[in-house]
Design a protein around this ligand. Structure first.
Ligand code: ADP
Length: 669
């Protein structure tokens, strides 16, 4: 994989989120700034508004003072005193109201409030002096004028104070205005500069992020293009340790696993093709040697093994016989030519346990088979696979594959090796069936030629005898001596007997094959049967050096068909006469526990161990005795008859030392 576990040390989404959060914070702060600056702005406006109202009111007050003084100047003595006094007081009421309102609106400005209060005091002093004037009006005009002038002086004082208040107010308003202006403008300037810096930062940051995203995407797109073109060895570089890095890393891992998948697929296809090729070759292999050759040439090559062996279980089932060494000098392997199946080796273990064994390393092999360490090492083997050759539940042998490098057998490799072994076992099985069929055909052909010969053999002398007789009668020689006539008759009878025995044997075989061999069972002493045979064949046996030993003290009663047991004994006796002519024959009867044993022993050529089982099969004959006629059916029929009696028939013999045919039958207790 691409450098193992990928660790993302930074995050592009986190950076994008940060930018978004910065923008959000910026907007919240801006909104708060606008709100608070608007508050102070409104306060300032309110102050200006109040100042304007106060200015208006003071203007009204000044105008009131002016009209009051003008009104006072209109005083002409007692004649218009009342009117002037009324207008004066009306004027004073409005004037004072305006000044009071101005005072109440100037609470925030103590200087103006102070001046207005002083102005109010001055107005009150003016009002008081005017009231005094109205109550003690001077008698002459001159005095009244000077009194009015003195009184007007107070009004002027009041005006003076109101004007001062106005000046003060104007100054204040100006100050207020410029402070509002300053308060509005400075935050704006700061906000603009901050925004400029902020946007510069955000733009740079955002540009940087988008550049990196674009580069990562370009990188990924390039990688997908390459992969889609079939380049599965391409690994995209990781530009940043962020989410795109993680994505690239995952993509690379995906490509790697795709590559591994394709490699597995390729090797699977290769194996399937190899298996098809081997199967085809196996189907053409007709003999087990050909099967072994195909396995050695194609099977080992397909598996990639450097050496190995092909072994089959012997007929005894206790040994493995190596039929082929692959990749070894045969001389160096002589001790493995055949070896007990019970031996502790990977090969024999897998065959004995009917299970494949796969070993990846020499260490693994040595751990399980320490006694084989040096031998395996000396051959340079590092891994092994041993598979049994199974046909259903039957094991035929095994295949051993050795490898010169350590390996990790994958499941598909194991399956492949097992499949080759299965194909090989089936091919071996087919070869055996083919071999059996061929042998059966050969035996049948042989049987047909022997049968025709055997059937013809008694007919020729019979025909000859009859022709001689006919010829003599034709010539009118009817005086044939009785001994000669009897001889001819005896010979003809012998030939007819032989012919009818042959036909009887053939009929028995067809009965056995059809499962129609009927037994008429009865409890009978076997001694009686033997004695009857002796009496019946007295004539034929008279020349044989026959010895009969009946060991059984009491009767040997068995539940048998006497005719059939008689047939078996006659068959064995005739065989002894046939294959050991002129030599002594011994018949014995013994009782061993629950078993009765009839033995017919001759001193003929004997039978080799490998043929001792075979001769009881249909049409089977030992080749060495070909000079003696026969169909190879007598022992087969005998075997079938004895088996039908739940008994056993076998031969004990060593070539050159005669044969001892044994019949075992269960006795009736
Ligand atoms: P056949 O008609 O050939 O005798 P059998 O089934 O009786 O058929 O015998 C089968 C074969 O067994 C014979 O062909 C012969 O080779 C061998 N055989 C049978 N009996 C004897 C014996 N007593 N000694 C040697 N070989 C024998």
């Amino acid at each position: 994989m691409n450098g193992g576990q990928f660790v993302a040390t930074n995050s592009v989404t986190w950076r994008l989120k940060s930018v978004m959060m910065l923008i959000a914070v910026f907007f919240i702060l801006s909104a708060l700034g606008i709100y608070f600056s608007s508050l102070s702005f409104l306060d300032g406006l309110q102050d200006i508004n109040s100042a304007n109202q106060v200015l208006n009111l003071t203007n009204q007050s000044l105008e009131g003072l002016d009209s009051s003084t003008q009104n006072l100047n209109k005083l002409q003595g007692p004649k218009n005193l009342k009117d002037v006094e009324f207008s004066f007081h009306e004027n004073q009421r409005i004037l004072k109201m305006a000044i009071e309102k101005s005072i109440s609106l100037s609470k925030n400005n103590p200087d103006v409030e102070n001046l207005l209060k002083k102005g109010m005091t001055a107005v009150n002093v003016y009002e008081k002096s005017v009231d005094q004037l109205f109550t003690s009006l001077p008698a002459n005009n001159e005095d009244m004028r000077s009194e009015i002038l003195i009184t007007l002086q107070f009004a002027t004082d009041a005006k003076e104070l109101l004007r001062k208040a106005q000046i003060n107010l104007r100054n204040d308003t100006d100050r207020n205005f410029s402070s509002i202006y300053a308060n509005r403008f400075r935050p704006l300037l700061v906000a603009i500069s901050l925004s400029a810096v902020f946007f510069l930062f955000v733009i740079t940051f955002g540009f940087n992020i988008s550049n990196k995203i674009a580069a990562s995407l370009r990188n990924l797109r390039g990688a997908t293009d390459k992969v889609s073109e079939g380049n599965l060895s391409y690994q995209a570089p990781i530009i940043e340790n962020d989410e795109f890095g993680l994505l690239t890393n995952t993509f690379n891992e995906m490509v790697l696993s795709l590559r591994e998948g394709r490699a597995t697929l390729d090797s699977t296809i290769e194996r399937i093709q190899a298996l098809q090729q081997i199967t085809a070759s196996f189907s053409e292999a007709l003999t087990s040697d050909e099967v072994i050759e195909v396995t050695a040439k194609e099977g080992f090559h397909a598996v990639g093994a450097s050496a190995g062996g092909f072994a089959l279980i012997t007929s005894e089932g206790d040994e493995l016989e190596t039929r082929k060494f692959i990749g070894y000098e045969v001389e160096t392997m002589s001790h493995w030519q055949s070896f007990p199946i019970s031996l502790s080796t990977p090969f024999s273990d897998s065959v004995r346990n009917r299970k494949p064994i796969f070993m990846n390393t020499l260490d693994q092999i040595s751990e399980t088979y320490p006694h084989m360490h040096f031998e395996i090492k000396s051959h340079g083997h590092q891994a092994m696979a041993s598979v049994p050759l199974m046909i259903g539940e039957v094991c035929l042998g095994g295949l051993l594959f050795c490898f010169n490098h350590a390996r990790n057998f994958s499941q598909s490799e194991k399956d492949f090796i097992i499949a080759i072994a299965r194909q090989c076992a089936q091919a071996l099985h087919r070869a055996k069936l083919y071999d059996d069929a061929r042998t059966a055909i050969q035996a049948r052909d042989e049987f047909l030629s022997i049968a025709s010969h055997e059937l013809k053999t008694p007919l020729t002398p019979l025909k000859l005898q009859l022709q001689i007789l006919a010829k003599q009668y034709k010539k009118g020689q009817t005086d044939i001596p009785p001994e000669k006539f009897l001889k001819i008759m005896e010979n003809s009878d012998n030939q007819l007997n032989r012919l009818s025995r042959l036909i009887e044997d053939l009929l028995d075989v067809s009965r056995i094959t059809a499962g129609k061999l009927r037994l008429n069972l009865e409890s009978i002493d076997l001694k009686k049967i033997i004695e009857e045979v002796m009496a019946q064949y007295e004539h034929q046996l008279k020349d044989a050096l026959l010895r009969i030993e009946i060991d059984a003290e009491s009767k040997v009663i068995c539940q048998v068909d006497p005719m059939r047991i008689e047939q078996v004994i006659i068959n064995l006796l005739t065989n002894a006469l046939k294959y050991a002519p002129g030599k002594p024959i011994k018949i014995s009867l013994k009782k061993a526990g629950e078993i009765a044993k009839i033995c017919i022993k001759d001193q003929g050529p004997g039978i080799a161990p490998e043929n001792q089982e075979r001769i009881f099969k249909r049409f089977e004959r030992v080749k060495a005795t070909d000079n003696v006629g026969g169909l190879g059916l007598g022992l087969y029929i005998s075997h079938q008859i004895i088996e039908a009696h739940h008994g056993k028939i076998y031969v004990e013999s060593t070539p050159g030392n005669g044969s001892n045919f044994v019949i075992e039958l269960p006795v009736v207790s």
